[in-house]
Ligand binder design. Structure first.
Ligand SMILES: Nc1nc2c(ncn2[C@@H]2O[C@H](COP(=O)(O)OP(=O)(O)O)[C@@H](O)[C@H]2O)c(=O)[nH]1
Ligand SMILES: [Mg+2]
Length: 441
């Protein structure tokens, strides 16, 4: 998508390294690279010019915050302005709701309906899906096949030509469902009767949310569709699909952002799992190469004093349960785990949002368990045998399984740290670590 932007920006920002005053020529060069990359991603020219202006002005006029280098100062401004450009995230509630899917034919509504059903199902909610597309032949079959794969009930009637009649029949059937998703027809163009129908469906279903599905390949043209649908049914979330297959994703995101509609999800592939929550901060951080372990360690050193948390010793191989305990505390102090993760060099790895949730809950449990351990055990977890596991579990009021889980987690961290020291080019192999991590959950 904006892949080209990353390397050229990183090069431009590198040129600022070591400078003590901000150099107009360097900032201008940076802005030119940025413009080229954004225009290639089909971001609207006016938006690009506005952004360039802001970056130039802020870089040259704002005082760098205390202790921040010139490079970091400019990097931070570029980051903030790009995050603004790419828009905001709309909330997704994990409770009872009816979601109406809108969008033109081929935008990915049906596929995304199934992806959403899967998303809510994974969050433990009962989902029901309604096919209200009476226009496209085989629409019901397509949706039902997708829903069958994930065991989500799907209601439709290929012989009924009235979408409202289908919805009227379907709603009582899904009275026990927490999340109801209604897939609608699309057509090739935004026609008046399509708009009329979606307005009536919206009224009849009393939808909690009206989400618009837009193809990323539209680039900046996405704003026109977003505006028209918004006028008709008050769109409260946009899903940009096919981000995997186009270079114009940046254009689509910024165009949608301009219409003031928040982006709820991004579709990034054809399988049912290829749906991601939109996270502008993480997205831009990775793009700018903030996925940089050195930064993480700098942050870590800020959050805890050196006596408390010896990063260097840890990197050299001394890593006790106490270190891990301190690390967990430091992570807590540094803020949301997710933010920390976005600073690590994850490459294209997508970490599912719920991985963070599970992890922070687990962390709290681990702390309780560690409080029941002796100093000896904390320093050298290898001494913890089966009878000690039971004693610790009783002390912490948890199942022995959970103590074993913690020790397993410690071993994974220990191995990951070894990998970090010995891996290719000294790079932290996060992907491998997350895989192991997943297995201990
Ligand atoms: N690569 C890719 N293809 C997608 C994505 N979302 C949908 N598609 C494909 O786009 C085509 C149209 O999707 P469909 O759900 O039938 O669109 P609808 O007419 O709006 O219901 C299908 O071939 C989908 O597999 C996506 O995020 N990435
Ligand atoms: Mg469809």
């Amino acid at each position: 998508m904006l892949d080209k932007l990353g390397p050229s920006l990183k090069d431009a920002i590198k040129k600022l390294a070591g400078k003590t005053v901000i150099d107009r020529a360097a900032v201008e060069e940076l802005v030119r690279d940025l413009q080229r990359a954004l225009l290639q991603a089909d971001v609207n020219v006016k938006l690009v010019m506005h952004l360039s202006q802001r970056i130039k002005q802020r870089s040259l006029e704002e005082e760098p915050p205390k202790g921040m280098s010139v490079r970091e100062h400019v990097l931070r401004i570029v980051y903030q302005e790009l995050v603004n450009l790419m828009g905001t995230t709309a909330e997704v509630a994990l409770g009872p709701q009816t979601i109406l899917m809108a969008g033109l034919q081929g935008s990915g509504k049906t596929t995304t309906t199934a992806k959403l059903a899967r998303f809510f199902q994974k969050k433990g909610l009962r989902v029901g899906v309604i096919c209200a597309d009476t226009f496209r032949p085989g629409a019901f079959e397509q949706l039902r096949t997708l829903c069958d794969r994930i065991n989500v009930p799907c209601f439709g009637d290929p012989n009924e030509s009235d979408a409202l009649a289908i919805i009227r029949a379907a709603l009582p059937k899904f009275a026990g469902s927490e999340v109801i998703i209604i897939d609608t027809q699309g057509r090739h163009a935004l026609e008046e009767d399509l708009i009329d129908e979606i307005i009536r469906i919206n009224d009849l279903s009393r939808a909690t949310h009206r989400w618009l599905v837009i193809d990323a390949a539209l680039g900046q043209q996405a704003s026109e569709q977003a505006r028209r649908f918004h006028e008709a049914i008050d769109i409260d979330g946009v899903i940009v699909t096919k981000m995997d297959g186009t270079a114009k994703g940046g254009g689509a995101l910024s165009a949608v952002s301009e219409t003031q509609s928040g982006i709820v999800f991004i579709g990034s592939g054809e399988t049912i799992e290829d749906l991601e929550r939109f996270d502008p901060d993480g997205f831009i951080s990775r793009l700018l190469g903030m996925g940089d372990l050195r930064m993480l360690i700098e942050r870590a050193e800020e959050a805890v004093s050196p006596e408390e948390f010896d990063v260097n010793a840890m990197m050299k191989g001394k890593f006790t349960l106490r270190d891990m305990y301190k690390q967990l505390e430091a992570l807590n102090r540094m803020g949301p785990l997710k933010q920390i993760m976005s600073m690590l060099p994850l490459g294209n790895l997508q970490i599912p949002d719920d991985a963070y949730d599970i992890t922070s809950t687990k962390m709290a449990r681990y702390k309780v368990i560690m409080d029941s351990m002796t100093p000896e055990e904390l320093d050298d977890p290898a001494v913890i045998g089966s009878s000690r596991i039971h004693r610790i579990a009783r002390g912490a009021g948890v199942a022995p399984e959970e103590v074993r889980d913690l020790i397993k987690y410690y071993k994974v961290m220990q191995r990951a740290l070894k990998g970090m020291r010995g891996g290719a080019g000294g790079k932290f192999n996060m992907q491998r670590m997350m895989k192991k991590f997943g297995r201990t959950q």
